[in-house]
Design a protein around this ligand. Structure first.
Ligand SMILES: O=C(O)COP(=O)(O)O
Length: 223
């Protein structure tokens, strides 16, 4: 490997499978309001744009009066803050991220998940020490696919310039379009929450297994 390359990761659907916890929090809130729960796959398809968009989609899907929105979101956030019981790391994540850190790549997180639950879940999986930089969905007024959060994460890792030498790793439309807007090369994980075929999303390379990520990073850096 030549020079280390800053690598920023998305969180939900990329490093962690958090949909079961998000679904459980959503179901509990809907139950509180006597609204029938949505299936896990439906809620999973609503994840990626942050809490506000999640609830816009739930409210539309369940035909809820918009006047309830602030109370629903507040009830959700109270549960979501430390919801980790049903969340799992995707296979091979710890090993791959550990190898990249050992190789000297500065690592960061850029997620649309709010900072509170992001910190909780990173601590829960002892990932916080591997990611010195974390930008969450409430760190800025803008969220992915706007490039601002990813630019901030890169800046916090000391990366400057119009086409920075760095990589973004994610799973979704939000991540692909954010990386393209920065622009930085985007590595897409096929096992996450994406609803669009990979071929239709801007990306540099795709991977199905985290074991393959360190090799892909080396290839991307050789360009
Ligand atoms: O909170 C979300 O909707 C998704 O967060 P992500 O950016 O980590 O995928």
């Amino acid at each position: 490997m030549d020079r280390p390359c800053p690598i920023i990761f998305d969180l939900d659907g990329t490093l962690i499978d958090s949909a079961p916890d998000i679904h459980a929090c959503v179901s509990a809130v809907l139950r509180q309001y006597q609204i029938a729960p949505l299936p896990l796959a439906r809620v999973r398809s609503f994840i990626g744009g942050g809490v506000e968009l999640l609830w816009t989609r739930i409210i539309a899907a369940c035909g809820i009066e918009p006047v309830h929105r602030p109370a629903l979101i507040a009830a959700f956030m109270a549960r979501y803050h430390d919801a980790t019981a049903l969340t799992r790391l995707f296979p091979g994540v710890i090993e791959a991220v550990g190898r990249l850190a050992d190789a000297g790549h500065p690592l960061g997180i850029c997620t649309n998940k709010p900072m509170g639950p992001t910190r909780s879940v990173l601590q829960h999986f002892a990932l916080d020490r591997l990611f010195p930089v974390v930008v969450g969905g409430d760190s800025l007024p803008q969220r992915k696919p706007d490039p601002a959060p990813l630019r901030l994460a890169l800046q916090m890792l000391g990366v400057e310039g119009n086409a920075p030498r760095a990589l973004y790793v994610g799973d979704s439309e939000f991540d692909a379009n954010c990386a393209a807007a920065v622009p930085v090369p985007f590595l897409i994980y096929s096992g996450g929450y994406r609803m669009t075929p990979i071929a239709d999303l801007p990306h540099h390379a795709a991977f199905d297994r985290f074991d393959d990520l360190p090799g892909l990073v080396d290839q991307a850096m050789a360009l």
